[in-house]
Design a protein around this ligand. Structure first.
Ligand SMILES: Nc1ncnc2c1ncn2[C@@H]1O[C@H](COP(=O)(O)OP(=O)(O)OP(=O)(O)O)[C@@H](O)[C@H]1O
Length: 256
């Protein structure tokens, strides 16, 4: 059984069909890429998975459970975390505080326990801090823990979003253009990090315009154009697909 299944998902905005009957299966433990020219509907697909949008038709199945149209924080609780194409950090908060915010959804002690600093709450706080620091170490940001998020380089802000997403203990992490704004060296390190995420047993679903990253990291690809799936398979199969070549030649994207 796949970890995530999209079944005939449709999303329209007014007269525009942004996502048109898209179906695909993301296998457990895979690194899976969703690619296509600008405006193809990729981010909309992500927003349908994460509950930011509700599909007009079709279903999103995660771990065999129908999560279609559920609210975002319920979807995070089920084990899906994401990063955004446009970075969404708490810019005036420290790097560590940003990751702690991600851990929050897994905390179980209630507000009374936290207010009176009861032992359970204190234990949980210590555990959460340890978890946040571990994610900073994992993403190479530990030395920046006390810095404000806004003072990080663009590449490190993207890594911080990944650390925050991992802090929710996801089974599936969804990365929307993780290499956006990164230089070549940062992108190479990101590929390694993606492999490390997979080694932890977390399935990775990503959108990326950097074809070298896609080809290196992804085991499976789905290609969409004008909201419709036009191809799927391994990178080698997809890059030789005439419809995909046509879609990319007709756009301003990097060639395969
Ligand atoms: N909230 C919205 N309201 C109206 N139209 C939208 C909305 N979100 C997306 N669209 C439109 O849906 C289409 C698909 O957009 P989407 O952002 O999903 O594409 P994309 O493949 O992620 O593009 P890019 O690679 O440029 O980020 C576009 O025509 C876009 O203008």
């Amino acid at each position: 059984m796949s970890l995530l299944k999209l079944d005939g998902v449709v999303k329209t905005f007014g007269g525009l069909t942004a996502v048109d009957e898209v179906s695909f299966d993301v296998p457990h433990g895979s690194i899976f890429g969703l690619i296509g020219p600008n405006g193809a509907g990729k981010t909309t697909v992500f927003n349908l998975i994460t509950g930011n949008y509700k599909p007009d038709r079709g279903a999103v199945i995660f771990n065999g459970e129908n999560i279609t149209g559920k609210i975002t924080h319920k979807i995070v609780e089920k084990g899906i975390a994401r990063t955004f194409q446009t970075i969404r950090l708490f810019q005036e908060m420290s790097v560590l505080e940003n990751v702690l915010a991600g851990c929050h959804c897994r905390m179980t002690s209630g507000p009374i326990s936290a207010m009176f600093r009861l032992p359970k709450a204190r234990r949980e706080e210590r555990k959460t801090l340890g978890k946040a620091l571990a994610e900073l170490r994992f993403t190479g940001l530990e030395a920046q823990a006390e810095n404000l998020a806004k003072n990080l380089s663009y590449g490190n802000q993207r890594l911080l979003e990944i650390a925050r997403a991992l802090a929710t203990n996801p089974q599936l992490i969804i990365l929307d253009e993780p290499a956006g704004g990164m230089n070549e060296q940062e992108t190479a390190a990101l590929v390694e990090l993606i492999f490390q995420i997979q080694k932890r047993g977390v399935t990775v679903l990503l959108i990326e315009h950097d074809m070298s990253l896609v080809m290196k990291a992804c085991e499976y690809l789905v290609v969409i154009e004008y909201g419709k799936k036009i191809a799927e398979g391994t990178p080698d199969v997809v890059k030789n697909d005439p419809q995909v070549i046509e879609a990319y030649l007709g756009s301003d994207e990097d060639d395969f």
